[in-house]
Design a protein around this ligand. Structure first.
Ligand SMILES: Cc1ncc(COP(=O)(O)O)c(C=O)c1O
Length: 376
């Protein structure tokens, strides 16, 4: 294998001796460590697999991150406290009702460890965002998976039928990843009211900003149920374009939030990320523009799909899941060979693929490659 900077990185990561003979890792550009996320980037694949914001963070946020770097020698507390205060204020909640995390990934993980253990059960949908299910299994808890219903909503009667005194946690991803679908608010409220009093419900609103206006959706942060069993998770990774910066949060009753906070890594959030999130949170113009742009990109996606008679699940997010008319693995592989990454296979929906919306040139390339798929 030739010694390039990229396979050098792999070798070093694998702990081989080659490292000594090669240029220092510190010289590597970020673009050499990760594939270029842009269609126009040199050589890298087009990434339509992670439901990121294809356009990146706002210019204001980029400038704030650059400015923050000079304070890298300082602990992050002032920036983290400022972010905490700002989010609490904007949601009209007390600071003790909010916990920040390194992405909502950390929120999911600490929620699992706060409520689950051997003998306890998590009820979750299938397919859904799987990270909490993995945490639950690692904690020795039982995981009950209930298939989505025919509308790709959570099968709430099915979930309720499996809930009992051992059900410590129910996970509801709304809108749901990977199906991009909604579970109606009214049904969720009725469901939550009927759950055992000892069951905590985590509602993951990672894609909240992309839903648009529909009577079926209202955020549980913006219109709380006033039920202490409900925790709501949000992330800065989607509409704000900060997936690489790792900021998320949860809102809930003080006792629940206290048990999440107790499981956080102290000083987990970094100062650059906290300040970036603070600036992004108040960059209302950018957020509104991102929402509008996503709605247009989504419409264009469905227009293109329709013109090819491709059937998709209606999307309330920045990605869509659609029927492939052949095994999804073949389609994923076809895109990979053509330098486009779409999402991995979801075994319970093995004739569907999930694609995140990219920029218009990226999507033009996506459809060009789609059209190269040989007819079944
Ligand atoms: C539904 C859902 N929740 C949580 C996450 C985790 O996001 P992050 O850890 O970047 O905040 C994701 C990531 O794609 C997601 O789709």
């Amino acid at each position: 294998m030739p010694i390039t900077r990229r396979n050098l990185f792999r070798n070093v990561a694998a702990g081989t001796a080659v490292a000594a003979a090669l240029p220092p890792l510190a010289d590597l550009a970020f673009s050499e460590l990760v594939p270029s996320p842009r269609a126009s980037g040199p050589g890298g694949p087009i990434i339509l697999s992670r439901n990121e914001n294809a356009y990146g963070p706002s210019q204001k946020v980029i400038a704030s991150m650059q400015d923050s770097l000079q304070f890298a020698n300082r602990y992050p507390d002032p920036a983290v406290s400022a972010l905490h205060g700002r989010i609490a204020q904007s949601h009209s909640i007390r600071p003790e009702q909010l916990v920040l995390g390194c992405g909502s990934g950390e929120i999911l993980s600490i929620t699992a460890s706060a409520f689950l253990a051997p003998g306890k059960t998590l009820i979750t949908a299938v397919p859904t965002f799987e990270s909490i299910g993995r945490c639950a299994k690692a904690l020795g808890a039982q995981v009950v998976e209930i298939s989505l219903d025919k509308n790709y909503s959570h099968d709430l009667p099915g979930m309720l039928a499996r809930a009992d005194a051992s059900t410590a946690l129910v996970y509801i991803c709304n809108p749901n990843n990977p199906t991009a679908s909604l579970t109606p608010r009214k049904e969720l409220e009725e469901f939550i009211r009927k759950l055992p009093p000892s069951t905590t419900v985590l509602i993951d609103e990672a894609y909240h900003h992309f839903v648009g206006t529909t009577p079926d959706y209202t955020s549980f942060i913006e219109k709380p149920m006033n039920d202490d069993r409900v925790i709501v998770a949000r992330t800065f990774s989607k509409v704000f374009g900060l997936a690489g910066i790792r900021v998320g949060y949860a809102v809930g009753a003080p006792e629940k939030i206290q048990s999440l906070s107790a499981r956080r890594l102290p000083e987990g959030l970094n100062a650059v990320g906290a300040r970036a999130a603070l600036v992004a949170y108040d960059d209302i113009e950018y957020v509104q523009m991102s929402e509008k742009r996503n709605a247009e990109d989504r419409q264009e996606f469905f227009n293109q799909a329709k013109s090819r008679k491709v059937e998709g699940i209606p999307s309330y997010t920045n990605f869509a899941m659609f029927k492939t008319g052949r095994p999804a693995v073949e389609v994923i592989e076809h895109f990979k060979k053509n330098n486009i990454q779409i999402a991995r296979l979801f075994p319970s929906m093995n004739s569907y693929v999930r694609v995140s919306f990219g920029t218009p040139p990226e999507m033009k390339e996506f459809w060009r490659v789609w059209d190269l798929i040989p007819t079944a």
